[in-house]
Ligand binder design. Structure first.
Ligand code: ADP
Ligand code: F6P
Length: 322
């Protein structure tokens, strides 16, 4: 017995690489299971506007490799209101849509919860580069964003070595330091500043001075935006140690480009899983992958939880960057 006849998919909040792969998986999996599938343009804003169109297999051709989201995204204040949510639900019911897959971050998940409370069964997919969503090891776009930061630091190493100069690199991550942590470990950064760990700028300055005395020609300091501004960190280091750092703020470059194979595979697995859960009668859940296993967790539990910071990985990064 198929519990849903028609489903819709939308992307919401900050976009991330791999969202298109997830949209493709949702559409193709639904069609493969004999379920009609619709796309909502511009997230919850489009849902309130009724900007909804039926999809076929060709609608998602040649997008698996594309960054961004063909469904676009938007931040909608109106959907924060009960009235907006009810208008959105009415548009879905008018089309006979009884299941919605929301690809976004924790804010979008809270919106999905509201739709579920109104009787539209929803499944959330973790679409954000920040990796700040609980009950999944990784979010869609995180691997690609980390790769962009590592590639940028590889390029910075050349000029740092030429000038025997250090760099402060500011990366995205409003409340979560995972981009800084993973890119820092992968780049051999000497210091990784994240919102989850206390910052001792004096100790960092002393460590950089010690490295210089040991013959290190440069140091890399990576700063998650949630831990501070790169320019401020560079100024503090200079004041404490006379070490002059050039500052690079990577900004929205971290949000573009083609998704890595890992992100495409993660998105494909999660998109198909969400469709199969809806067909099985599930709803109000957020999908994720934990130690390779697909999981579906109550959205309320996911948005209430804070992503665990991997202190073992942090300590490893510091231990290896002597
Ligand atoms: P992200 O999903 O990346 O965290 P936002 O926090 O901007 O991005 O949320 C995206 C959209 O989700 C918001 O513009 C709003 O329309 C909707 N949303 C966020 N929080 C809620 C909420 N508590 N209730 C209803 N809708 C919400
Ligand atoms: O949530 C993902 C994210 O890229 C954050 O890392 C960043 O701080 C934020 O979105 C930027 O938001 P916007 O794209 O609206 O400027």
């Amino acid at each position: 017995m198929v519990a849903v006849q028609s489903i819709a998919v939308l992307t919401s909040g900050g976009d991330s690489q791999g969202m298109n792969a997830a949209v493709r998986a949702v559409v193709r999996s639904a069609l493969a299971h004999g379920v009609r599938v619709y796309a909502v343009q511009r997230g919850y804003h489009g849902l309130i506007q009724g900007d909804i169109r039926e999809m076929d297999a060709r609608s998602v051709g040649d997008i698996i490799q594309r960054g961004g989201t063909i469904l676009q995204t938007a931040r909608s204040k109106e959907f924060m209101t009960r009235e907006g949510q009810e208008v959105a639900a009415a548009h879905l019911r008018a089309l006979g849509i009884d299941g919605v897959i929301v690809i976004g971050g924790d804010g979008s998940y809270q919106g999905a919860q509201k739709l579920h409370d109104l009787g539209i069964r929803t499944m959330g997919l973790p679409g954000t580069i920040d990796n700040d969503i609980a009950y999944t090891d990784y979010t869609i776009g995180f691997d690609t964003a980390v790769g962009i930061v590592v590639d940028a630091i590889n390029k910075l190493r050349d000029t740092m070595t030429s000038h025997e100069r250090s760099s402060v690199v500011e990366v995205m991550g409003r409340h979560c330091g995972d981009i800084a942590l993973y890119a820092g470990l992968a780049s051999g950064a000497e210091a990784i500043l994240v919102p989850e760990m206390a910052i001792d700028i004096k100790a960092i300055a002393q460590r950089m001075q010690m490295h210089a005395c040991r013959g290190k020609r440069h140091s890399i300091v990576i700063v998650a935006e949630g831990a501070g501004r790169g320019a401020d960190v560079a100024a503090q280091l200079y004041a404490l140690s006379d070490i002059e750092c050039r500052v690079t703020v990577l900004g929205h470059i971290q949000r573009g480009g083609t998704p890595t194979p890992n992100d495409r595979i993660l998105a494909s697995r999660l998109g198909d899983f969400a469709v199969r859960r809806l067909i099985a009668g599930d709803g109000g859940k957020a999908c994720g992958v934990i130690q390779g296993q697909l999981v579906a967790t109550d959205i309320a539990a996911v948005v209430a939880a804070r992503k665990r910071f991997d202190t073992d990985l942090y300590e490893l990064a510091m231990r290896l960057s002597q």
